[in-house]
Design a protein. Structure first.
Length: 254
């Protein structure tokens, strides 16, 4: 047995790599319903950027792409839930309504933020509740949902979460979700997988900003007193979830 240390070493390395790939595959593989959740929050964040950053063309273009991605994933998810396409249409209607008000905040009805949040919550609730849904597949959707909350507080006021659903992410803010995401990402081996290490590094920045969101306060100010950084949080959020979804594509081909 002691005559083959190289074989034992190779075998141990193989087991470690296989375990790492298995963890990534389990955590990153995404269904159409999970993609709906990601794209729904992405599109909502894009609208918030459109309104908050002065209707820049790049943000308007990104919003249209997000809506197209959302509608495509919603059609793919119809076999999981026949409600998803209709709820997607309701959210898209609210998103386009948000653009139609123009850049003048005085032209945006006071109830619009609540209507937008309601449309997003309803879609997310149905999409995450499809049969055989895997909670492990929700991490990118949770990160994007936190970004919506952050951008909302930055630009138009507090985002109304589904407080009647405290047991899942649609009814949770950073005080619950950030520690949960910490735990899930911490369970993956970044030393064995450079792609996971990149996710963990990007999350370290994001978690600091998100934990400063101060959702427990009615005052629209960060816990630290520093100015909100919505464009930076948005950029890191999209990069992180894009990396995670890319891992899902790799895992799906294993």
């Amino acid at each position: 047995m002691n005559r083959n240390p190289l074989i034992r070493l190779c075998f141990s390395l193989f087991i470690g790599i296989a375990a790492s790939l298995s963890a990534v595959a389990q955590a990153a593989a995404m269904t159409a319903a999970e993609q709906v959740q990601v794209y729904a929050s992405r599109a909502t964040s894009s609208l918030l950027l459109v309104r908050g950053e002065g209707f820049q063309e790049e943000h308007l273009t990104r919003l249209e792409k997000d809506i197209a991605d959302l509608e495509t994933s919603a059609q793919a998810a119809v076999s999981a839930s026949s409600e998803i396409p209709g709820l997607t249409t309701k959210l898209v209607t609210q998103l386009r309504l948000g653009v139609s008000f123009g850049p003048n905040e005085d032209n945006m009805p006071w109830e619009y933020p609540q209507d937008l949040a309601k449309a997003l919550r309803e879609l997310l609730t149905v999409a995450r509740g499809v049969p055989d849904a895997d909670p492990l597949g929700e991490l990118p959707a949770q990160v994007e949902y936190l970004a919506v909350q952050y951008l909302s507080r930055s630009y138009i006021g507090s985002f109304e979460i589904a407080r009647e659903q405290p047991d899942n992410y649609v009814g949770q803010d950073e005080r619950i979700l950030v520690p949960q995401i910490d735990k899930e990402l911490g369970s993956l081996d970044g030393k064995a997988n450079p792609a996971v290490a990149k996710l963990q590094t990007r999350w370290k920045f994001l978690r600091a900003a998100l934990m400063d969101m101060n959702s427990g306060s009615n005052a629209l100010a960060s816990a630290s007193g520093r100015a909100f950084a919505p464009t930076t949080v948005d950029r890191h959020t999209r990069s992180m979830t894009g990396q995670w979804m890319g891992l899902g594509q790799v895992a799906g081909s294993l």
